[in-house]
Design a protein around this ligand. Sequence first.
Ligand code: SF4
Length: 477
Amino acid sequence: MSVPEKYKLKCDISIPERYKHHVLTNAEKPNIPACNVKTIPGDMTERGCAFAGSRGVVGGPIGDCIQIIHSPAGCAWYQWGTRRNLSAVYAWAGQDTLCNDSHNRRRAITTDLQEKDVVFGGMEKLEKTCFEAWRLIPGAAGILIYTTCTSGLIGDDCYSVARRVEKKIGRPVFVIDAPGFSGVSQSTGHHHFNVQFYDQMLEYRKKCPEVCMKKDEMGPYDIAIIGEFNMDWDLVYIKPLFEKLGCRIVSVFTGGERMENLLKIPDVKLNVLHCQRSCTYISKLIKEGFQVPYIDASFFGIEQTASALRGVADFFGSQKMKEKAEQIIEEEIRCITPAIDFYREKLTGKKVGMYVGGPRVWHWQRVMKELGMEVVFSMCTFAHEDDYEKINARSKNGLFVVDNPNEFEIEECLEKFKPDLFLTGLKEKYLCRKLGVPTVNSHSYEKGPYACFRGMVNFARDIYQGVYAPVWKFVNL
Ligand code: SF4
């Protein structure tokens, strides 16, 4: 359904195909924009490539593996110092080896493919790079090799290299084949990582059964948290809540996690799935392959975190756990209420625009309501139909939604809807700030964690500080 005339963005007159990507929400009869399709040539999208989704989002947060990009050096941008997916796994740095703190964010390892490698093949170079990295970081728990457009196009057999390296180093060496061109956005890379990691994990568990959890090591309330990337230490707030509930967190896919724990995910009793865009794939595969069920959860905001705790307690069916969940929720709410009341009072009635990847746009509709803020438009980079269904269900009717926006659309929406705050990423923040619109980094946060009850206070504080920063008084546009 096309949007009424008054919502038609003028900047799109020359690319009218963009109008299919704009809708107004309707909770009863969801309006789904054209989504998860190729960007129209000439439209300067803000999207990343499939490789960025596999390395930058899903694989990147793994804490103790060497991650090698088989690529020209340019693609390595996605490997260095980007998202603040932190990790405390430093233990394997040895004497006379590279210092390993924040390894997964600071090391950018690429084969640096050159023209001659494109002509003659880059497998030899890849093998050499694997051994060189292994020599510099010998305590690593494994190696992840990522292909990119160049290595994908020349058709290097990275799997045979991986098998040879694996044999020599005696640790898992997985290949994630997600060249940038293999999909319409980073979302394809999430999918590739999930499926390929699952397949290779399965193979490795068969080859080396000692990596699986033994029967007597298994606990009745073992869980894995899936699709949580430990942005700005989110896990510091998430883990204790589930531990207080009586669960044991065997693994997190993938925030700051060790390879040995990732290989044990199929041995848990329940997977708790937070990012339902990037990691539903592996949750479904584990459910089909190992009969381990999963439940959807959101760790953002008061109501959603409470419902995640109740969901896990309901799944296990233990009365004690259900009572514990209520006790935790009551205690946490009591603890954060004075701060949240303060911020709600300051923020009530403020207008907010949102531009995030996909799920956070629907995760945060409720969070904004909890702060008394009104969402005036929403945008998603790589959302699929099911994300837009949730956005329709959770938003006020008539919310203007844009799929895969470009910079001109962002600018026009900021001028049209005049939000007091724009929740967006790093790339877009400069445009917003030049237009005098405060932003909060919604990808890797300003000063997180933002997850769960206490994270909600940090989120509210950053929003408050953004909106009320004195600098905006000097903007005179
Ligand atoms: S689109 Fe291709 S060349 Fe560009 S960063 Fe992604 S993988 Fe590398």
